[in-house]
Design a protein around this ligand. Structure first.
Ligand code: 6PG
Length: 472
């Protein structure tokens, strides 16, 4: 009999099963495909883990192989496939059994699934796991939410399998309902913003400074020695330097420039807008991917209006130094926005999220892991729920990086580069530091056309109308 069941042995599922086995846990696996089962068995044998894994093709037999309460991890594509798996298991489950969805599910669907299973006494957890197949195999970052009393059954094995940062597992339960999947969604939203900043920096180097892919890789590698040290910068250097085995050209130059997306970035933006939280850097990243995918239209547009992205007149080494500082300031903007969305969701849904703990589980294993996340966890520990941009270390980076951010955006925009993400960071900074803004005009217009009323600066808290509504 096994303590844990795992449904779905695709790339992530099989890697995670092997990881659990390696950490001393017996796992029963369920999949519809015999071939996949044989492939995992082969890998398990090679890794000396054969005895820890058993494969099943039938849900009832699979569940009979588990100890009570039956605890099942599900790693299948979100949406319909997940619902189909739950429906196939449900008739064979009893009160107290536990299902945990480890896919990239929409957090509201997680809430719905939990509520549907609740009357049957089946406990449901929604968890984000980050780190790709490599992470699943050797230590992902795990963000759990849902049924609190079921966490104790899973906490041990999941912490054994998770990545660690200075000995601390990057795995935690954060709150009820869909909160785990909400946190994973925001992780991905931030991932989108980080990647868009990297792509824009690459574009400035490639088209503005005429650097080849390998040279841009050297720049990213150099950034690894400073505060931008992160997994995404590390792999950016690797992607820039790789050669295409087919042509011998830089691999990057052979990749079609149309970005895919599965939806978590878009969901992050939609949720942030619902919550009334600023998220311009993620919006910029999602929209840049949308426009990139409209490839044919871009070719026609270039023919009609001429190409953007011209040469920069700046000295290369001066520009690159400034770009690194600008990147850091922009990154502060992206993380401030991301954590503000999490704080807003926590207040709105009553989740009681611990922002420092979220930053802690993102320090290793996940795609956005970076030295900055360690600094972020310290900042939230010192001031829980505070505004990240005002934490001393980040306020200092913004204050000292703002000029570089502005000069980088001005130089890029002047040479017709599209810089939606850097531009969003600069606008976010400028909007937030403008004590006297221009929303008095918005309020005046709203009142003029719709009598929506406004507060006067000499009578705050009292709403009145402008003179344009007088009939005399
Ligand atoms: C991770 C990744 C992972 C995946 C996303 C992003 O944390 O391991 O974020 O979840 O790569 O699905 O996918 P898209 O870029 O396709 O939206």
């Amino acid at each position: 009999m096994a303590h844990l069941g795992l449904v779905g042995i695709g790339v992530m599922g099989s890697a995670f099963a092997l990881n659990l086995a390696e950490n001393g846990h017996d796992v029963s696996m369920l999949d519809r495909t015999k071939d996949k089962m044989s492939a995992v068995a082969h890998e398990a044998t090679t890794a000396g883990l054969r005895g820890a894994l058993s494969g099943f093709l039938d849900p009832k037999e699979f569940l009979s192989s588990l100890l009570t309460p039956k605890t099942v991890l599900i790693l299948v594509p979100a949406g319909g496939p997940l619902d189909a798996v739950i429906a196939s298991l449900k008739p064979h489950l009893s009160r107290g059994d536990i299902l945990a969805d480890l896919g990239n599910s929409n957090w509201e669907e997680t809430e719905r699934r939990g509520a549907d299973l609740d009357p049957f006494g089946i406990r449901f957890l929604g968890m984000g796991i980050s780190g790709g197949a490599d992470g699943a195999r050797h230590g992902p970052s795990i963000m759990a939410g849902g049924s609190p009393d079921s966490w104790s059954a899973l906490e041990g094995p999941l912490k054994d399998a998770a990545a660690t940062f200075e000995g601390e597992p990057c795995c935690a339960w954060f709150g009820p309902g869909g909160s785990g999947h909400f946190i994973k969604m925001l992780h991905n939203g931030i991932e989108y913003a980080d990647m868009q900043l990297i792509a824009e920096a690459y574009g400035l180097m490639r088209d503005g400074l005429g650097m080849d892919a390998a040279a841009t890789g050297d720049v990213f590698e150099g950034w690894m020695n400073g505060p931008l040290n992160s997994y995404l910068i590390e792999i950016a250097a690797e992607v820039c330097r790789a050669s295409d085995p087919k042509t011998g050209n830089a691999m990057l130059d052979m990749i079609h420039d149309a970005a895919g997306q599965k939806g978590t970035g878009r969901w992050s933006v939609i949720e942030a807008l619902h919550l009334g939280a600023a998220t311009s850097m993620m919006v910029a990243a999602v929209e840049a991917r949308n426009i990139s995918a409209d490839w044919d239209a871009r070719q026609a547009f270039e023919e009609r209006f001429g190409s953007g992205a011209g040469k920069l007149s700046d000295d290369r080494s001066v520009f690159l130094k400034r770009l690194e500082t600008a990147m850091l300031a922009a990154k502060v903007g992206a993380y401030t926005q991301g954590f503000n969305v999490l704080a807003r969701a926590s207040d709105t849904f009553g989740w009681g999220l611990d922002l420092a703990a979220i930053a802690r589980v993102w320090r290793a294993g996940c795609i956005i892991r970076s030295v900055m996340l360690d600094e972020i966890s310290d900042a939230f520990e010192a001031n829980p729920g505070g505004d990240l941009a005002q934490a001393p270390i980040f306020a200092e980076r913004l204050a000292s990086g703002a000029t570089s951010l502005r000069e980088t955006v001005v130089a890029g925009i002047s040479a017709n580069h599209a810089m939606p993400s850097f531009g969003a960071a600069l606008n976010y900074y400028n909007l937030r530091r403008t004590g006297r803004g221009t929303a008095n005009m918005i309020q005046g217009l709203r009142d003029r056309f719709g009598a929506h009323s406004f507060e006067r600066i000499d009578d705050r808290g009292v709403f009145s109308n402008g003179p344009w509504h007088r009939s005399d």
